[in-house]
Write a protein of this length. Structure first.
Length: 257
């Protein structure tokens, strides 16, 4: 199939223009809220991936050994969701929709299944000044679906919806880590994903990334540091679920308190 990059440039501009339309933005915002409610349910009540008993025992034993939290729900994902959800209508804006080939800028998000990033600042802008738009999260659904078709569906493993949820779980946690010193935020996030992910495929992938993180290729890697960072971040950010002391536990409103 031949891709018309010029036509895709027009489509991309049209999508960006829609973000200036209040009526369209309202409809998109309602969809964002519905998605976040689904994520709330997954993070609070989702059952961890169904693995073979020996694999689950190995995973749990290794995570416990490295000091990862073992809470009844994914506290880090919930706190990341709380932090990201109030950021406004641009919080899920895809910066690089449609394939524009040679016209694409460097650093495009299409290289990943999902990304969580801050808006780029122009040179010379005061770094203490609030950026014009919020941090953003983008899911590369064509890449996710292609991966599902190629590696997952044929083996009858996992669930596409749960995989998307696990990618979201991962990215929300990046809302808590950007300003933390050290390079162990990714091992902490991947290790936490092994504990709480819903899908066996993303759980296995997270385990691989936790055991051999690409950030530490050629250098000494201490997985205990990942567990320590996860513990530290849980203690610093995470709050008990509503309901433990008579508070309202359910609904999207819970994210705002």
């Amino acid at each position: 199939m031949v891709i018309d990059y010029n036509k895709n440039l027009e489509r991309r501009q049209h999508l960006f223009d829609l973000y200036q339309d209040p009526n369209w933005l309202l409809q998109a915002g309602l969809g964002d809220m519905e998605f976040e409610q689904d994520m709330y349910d997954d993070f609070m009540y989702g059952d961890p991936a169904q693995l073979k008993p020996e694999d689950r025992q190995f995973v749990e034993g290794e995570l416990d050994f490295f000091g990862f939290p073992d809470d009844s729900y994914d506290k880090l994902a919930m706190e990341g969701l709380r932090k990201h959800s109030p950021l406004g209508p641009y919080r899920y804006l895809d910066h690089t929709p449609y394939d524009v080939g040679p016209y694409e800028l460097k650093g495009k998000s299409e290289d990943n299944f999902a990304v969580y990033k801050e808006w780029d600042r122009k040179p010379g802008v005061d770094p203490t000044k609030k950026p014009p738009l919020p941090n953003w999260m983008d899911f590369n659904l064509p890449k996710i679906i292609n991966h599902w078709n190629k590696y997952t569906y044929d083996n009858k493993q996992g669930n596409l919806q749960n995989q998307i949820s696990d990618y979201a779980r991962h990215e929300y946690k990046h809302a808590l880590y950007p300003d933390q010193p050290g390079d162990y935020s990714h091992p902490a996030i991947f290790g936490s994903g092994v504990r709480y992910n819903l899908d066996p495929v993303t759980t296995g992938s997270s385990m691989g990334h936790f055991q051999s993180p690409k950030e530490f290729e050629g250098t000494q890697y201490n997985p205990h540091m990942g567990g320590e960072m996860a513990q530290e971040m849980t203690q610093k950010y995470a709050r008990p679920p509503k309901g433990a002391a008579g508070f309202n536990r359910g609904g999207i409103v819970s994210l705002m308190v």
